[in-house]
Design a protein around this ligand. Structure first.
Ligand code: G3P
Length: 215
């Protein structure tokens, strides 16, 4: 499973990209808005200069033709940019047009396997299933990942399934077990995945014992 980091914060991206496990980045308007009024294009330019992998940038227009225009504009910033497009009627039309132009898309705000299937049929490169928000609403997010990966497998659908809106390390491992192609993970969850109290305790014990060794 590929690991993307779900943030627009370049310090967070740098920290984990250096550790070798980050394959790409996903952003959205809410994550960009957290970056203290830093200009949008500057943020994206910085991210593409750090990470050599897919970087999702969300189109914010309503109409398909405008989404396509934004997509073309954002893609000019760097070849690795993937256009995030919302799952609705205009979004599906835009995905089809962007696909014709060989511009990669990430269909976002997906809450059912049916939505994922339609986005894939329209030509989405990635479909982002919002696991945490489904759980918050009393549904089982991971079940939608399982259903989507099963449907895509049954029909040899090439679109990649992103497990998004990840809230904890259990979401990550359950997404991997369910066959998600990608999990896009926030900084704090990656931190929790790295650390384990028994690892810290073990390191301390080795260091203490090493001090007792005659060198
Ligand atoms: O980037 C899309 C998704 O991961 C957002 O997650 O935490 O706002 O539900 P969240």
């Amino acid at each position: 499973m590929q690991i993307f980091i779900d943030t627009a914060n370049t310090e967070e991206i740098k920290k984990y990209y250096e550790m070798g496990f980050v394959d790409g980045v996903t952003t959205n308007p809410s994550l960009i808005a957290k970056e203290n009024n830093k200009p949008f294009k500057k943020i994206i330019q910085e991210i593409v200069s750090i990470v050599n992998g897919p970087i999702s940038v969300e189109a914010t227009a309503d109409k398909a033709s405008e989404i396509v225009k934004q997509g073309i504009e954002y893609q000019k910033i760097h070849k690795n940019i993937v256009i995030k497009v919302v799952m609705n009627e205009e979004g599906l039309k835009a995905i089809k047009e962007l696909n014709k132009k060989d511009i990669k898309t990430n269909c976002t705000l997906i809450f059912s396997a049916n939505q994922a299937l339609l986005a894939a049929k329209a030509g989405a490169t990635y479909v982002s299933v919002f696991v945490g928000r489904l759980d918050d609403a009393g549904n089982e997010g991971i079940q939608v990942i399982k259903d989507t990966t099963q449907v895509f497998k049954n029909f040899g659908i090439k679109s990649k399934v992103i497990s998004a809106s990840i809230r904890n390390p259990i979401h990550v491992i359950e997404s991997a077990k369910a066959g998600a192609d990608v999990a896009t993970i926030p900084f704090d969850v990656l931190d929790k995945m790295i650390k384990h109290p028994l690892t810290d305790k073990g390191i301390q014990k080795f260091l203490d014992d090493w001090k007792k060794v005659k060198k």
